[in-house]
Write a protein that binds this ligand. Structure first.
Ligand code: MTE
Ligand code: MO
Length: 387
């Protein structure tokens, strides 16, 4: 069983596509009980992610049962890499700000570091996370440090017809569009107003260290509140355009397709993955003496409340812990399960945001009508056996 929230029909289509061309499957590693650092024995979930068929792209994932630290250590932070892994050197790296600007800029790393420094603790989630049975750990929380992007764009001076800002990575790969095969650089864009959001950072540090190479050394965009894909790694160029950018990761990939009803008619909508969605997950069940506790995380918006449901019992309030009230970071929560009956149980969580938004059920029409795996923020149910 998987904790995927998409339908089996969709799963077969999507998973099949994702698996196409990948012939070597690795067997899942054994899962044994182990001790959590915070004390208590971790009871492993009965449902476990499927073997990762694409370790080149999904390089590292969070292991929920080992979640102990509100800040994810750099060496445990998930990694998604669509193309190659650039090896950039500080000496010859620079960042260009070009396109429809009055004064194009070229900045070295030292010049960026000499500018105003700001930090943000932001939980980065891949929009594909929990949308595929082998991808359940595409999330991590880090304190990012860098310089704000908006003042640099203002210094460069956006020309009157500039409406879109493209962020180019140094990584590239072959793409075939219709019959043409080209080498495309990784790039993502946002509207000018979104680029000018004062929260955006050109980040050169992650948890007090230079960015690890796989997380975008030397500089990446950090766009707090946006799904992972907006946070372009190995950044080399920022370009202002007078039209929408339509590269692979804007127009083809990271596009959510939904079947919706409009006045009794079925319409299909195509929207770009953008802001994070409200979400939560049970992380682990621990046992201390004969008492059990459920611990988890909630994110995607400032969290007001988290509720937990065991089997088909009523929803119960969890206790919010680290991160409660944070704007961009996840909130940890715990639920005192007491002394459950022995046997198999299901555990589901749902987040409620400060603005009243409620994390949708897995079969919510908005999610059920979604045929792509992006933005799967439905409630997650896990299974556990109590001895
Ligand atoms: N240059 C570049 N930036 C990128 C990517 C990439 O493949 N190349 N992947 C994106 C995606 S899809 C995600 S989810 C995040 C993952 O960031 P991480 O690997 O630091 O966790 O980086 C984003 N930025
Ligand atoms: Mo992603």
């Amino acid at each position: 069983m998987t904790r995927s929230v998409i339908s089996r029909r969709t799963l077969v289509k999507q998973g099949g596509a994702a698996l196409a061309g990948l012939s070597v499957l690795r067997l899942a590693g054994p899962t044994h009980a182990f001790r959590g650092q915070s004390g208590g024995e971790v009871i492993p979930w009965l449902d476990q992610p499927e073997p990762n068929p694409a370790p080149e792209a999904i390089v590292q994932q969070l292991e929920w049962e080992q979640l102990d630290s509100w800040i994810t250590p750099n060496d445990q932070f998930f990694v998604i890499k669509h193309f190659n892994e650039p090896q950039l050197r500080e000496d010859d790296w620079h960042l260009q700000i070009s396109g429809l600007v009055e004064r194009p800029l070229t900045l070295t790393l030292d010049e960026l570091k000499a500018r105003a420094r700001r930090e943000v603790t932001f939980t980065l989630e891949c929009s594909g996370n929990t949308g595929l049975p082998f991808f359940t750990g595409g999330i991590g929380n880090a304190t990012w440090a860098g310089t704000p992007l908006a003042p640099l764009l203002e210094e460069a001076g956006i020309q009157e017809d500039g409406i879109e800002v493209v962020f180019w990575g140094a990584d590239a790969g072959e793409q075939t569009w219709r019959e043409v095969t080209i080498t495309e650089q990784f790039a993502r864009s946002v509207a000018l107003a979104d680029a000018l959001n004062p929260d955006n950072l050109l980040a050169y540090e992650m948890n007090g260290e230079p960015l690890p190479n796989l997380n975008g050394y030397p500089v990446r965009l950090i766009a707090p509140g946006w799904y992972g894909v907006a946070n372009v790694k190995w950044l080399t160029r920022i370009e202002v355009l007078d039209r929408r950018y339509q590269g692979h990761f804007m127009a083809r990939d990271y596009v959510t397709i939904r079947e919706e009803e409009r006045d009794g008619e079925t319409v299909w909508t195509f929207t770009s993955v953008a802001h994070d969605r409200l979400k939560s997950a049970p992380a682990k069940v621990t046992k201390q003496g004969d008492r059990y506790e459920i611990m988890g995380a909630a994110w995607g918006a400032p969290i007001a409340e988290v509720e937990v449901r065991v089997d088909d019992e009523p929803w119960q309030s969890a206790t919010l812990g680290e991160g409660a009230g944070a704007e961009f970071a996840w909130t940890f929560w715990t639920y005192d399960w007491g002394t459950p009956t022995s046997g198999e149980h299901t555990v589901t969580s749902r987040a409620i945001a400060v603005d009243g938004d409620l994390q949708p059920a897995a079969d919510d029409p908005l999610l059920a009508g979604k045929t792509t795996y992006w933005e799967s923020n439905g409630q997650i149910t896990r299974r556990v056996r109590i001895a």
